[in-house]
Design a protein. Structure first.
Lengths: 126, 104, 126, 104
């Protein structure tokens, strides 16, 4: 796999499509060389982000995910629709946030670019 | 999607088995089925998670809600045989302290 | 699933990513209600198209696939890079073409839109 | 990806088993391994496809190439136990007439 191959997936903003994103994520991370446990971690983290976005019922039709395959791991960029409030604002959301932070190596909301970006490096199990 | 099967009894505890995936899509149905299964139960509840392949914070939230109701009746809720990926989420969220987790 | 939910997948123009497209296709078609055999058929047809495009070594970096989920089946649109020759021009390609035509209900190259579009209806096994 | 295992003999036929997926990515390696496995074989060849989960026109083309070589030596090539999805592709391409397909 080269330095920066990007796979993009764009799904309807609906709960029933989150499992498609998980499936695509498994394929990409497995090809990228992650072990089974780490693949599960990445799937959970991605689902938490997508779940929180969909819960806020944004007006946007679809949600885009970029899987950037790097030589030392994977970066996942998820577009945040700009008409939704803060993603992790209430009590329950804190749990989602804790899960994402524990499972991924990096996680950041870049407000001006309207994305959440998460990184998982190869060879580091939680 | 998920499946719930209920009714096995074990040492006077009520065993419910959950199979499949609990995520944002299946969570509402899971919540409804689970609340229904426990509504008339006056014993400790064992949730057998051997075949639970996936759960996220939404599913965990539902379990916490159930635990609250079960405790209100003076009973407890035991999480049995969670897979390592599921167990990890209990650990990360600190819920391994709220629930009894048993391996049999 | 609503009338027209579209899932889009964009993969690097490389052989190793075709299996990711197959995996995503399985998830979408399984959610759309196709049986296991038909899911396999759709995966094969999609792979044949992607394989033929990648074989022609186009200059484009990535290839886009739209999975349009309709109430009575699925339509898959694949972008053909415009700097490649005919997709099914030599002897071997004829086999790929025969496979696609047999497995899908409809298959058409729309040159002016630079796409191949294929349709599989629900409830019709080959 | 795929795996080839060779060397079992069956009624004086040379058995090669293929496992996994043959697609545009794995095809070059499959071609090389298969040609290598058959290069010194002077018997009929049985390709056991019980665990071949996926093949496409590129993989079929490779099998046709192998069949040609095997026939040049006066031998035959038998496709054993293809799954229904694989068998369907042999039927669609008419290759079920070029190969002997056997179910055991
Ligand atoms: N994802 C979660 N992980 C851990 N605890 C949670 C999660 N979601 C909710 N909780 C906690 O569970 C408790 C009960 O949840 P709640 O949503 O009030 O359930 P219910 O309304 O069904 O009683 C709350 O105190 C909340 O903090
Ligand atoms: N996808 C295919 N399905 C069926 N037959 C094929 C396919 N690809 C190639 N063939 C046929 O196989 C034969 C041999 O293929 P070829 O590419 O010449 O193999 P090799 O060069 O290794 O001998 C050709 O006559 C061709 O028509």
């Amino acid at each position: 796999m080269k330095q920066t191959d990007t796979v993009s997936l764009c799904i309807p903003m609906k709960a029933e499509y989150v499992s498609i994103a998980r499936l695509t994520a498994s394929g990409i991370t497995s090809r990228a060389g992650f072990d089974i446990d780490t693949i599960e971690d990445i799937k959970v983290a991605l689902s938490e982000v997508l779940g929180k976005i969909i819960e806020k019922k944004p007006l946007t039709d679809r949600i885009n995910i970029d899987f950037v395959c790097q030589s030392d791991g994977i970066r996942i960029n998820i577009n945040i629709p700009d008409n939704i409030p803060d993603l992790f604002d209430n009590e329950d959301d804190k749990f989602a946030l804790a899960i994402i932070r524990s499972l991924m190596d990096e996680m950041e909301m870049i407000k001006q670019e309207h994305i959440i970006t998460m990184v998982k490096k190869l060879g580091k199990a939680v | 999607m998920f499946e719930l099967s209920t009714g096995n009894s074990d040492n006077n505890r009520y065993v419910i088995s959950v199979k499949g995936e609990i995520d944002i899509y299946s969570a509402p149905g899971f919540k409804e089925s689970l609340y229904q299964s426990i509504s008339d139960v006056g014993q400790d509840i064992v949730l057998d998670c051997s075949d639970l392949t996936y759960i996220d914070s939404m599913g965990l939230g539902i379990l916490v809600g159930v635990l609250k109701r079960v405790k209100e009746k003076g009973n407890n809720m035991i999480i049995r045989n969670p897979r390592s990926t599921v167990r990890k989420l209990f650990r990360i969220t600190g819920l391994d302290k709220a629930f009894v987790i048993e391996e049999v």
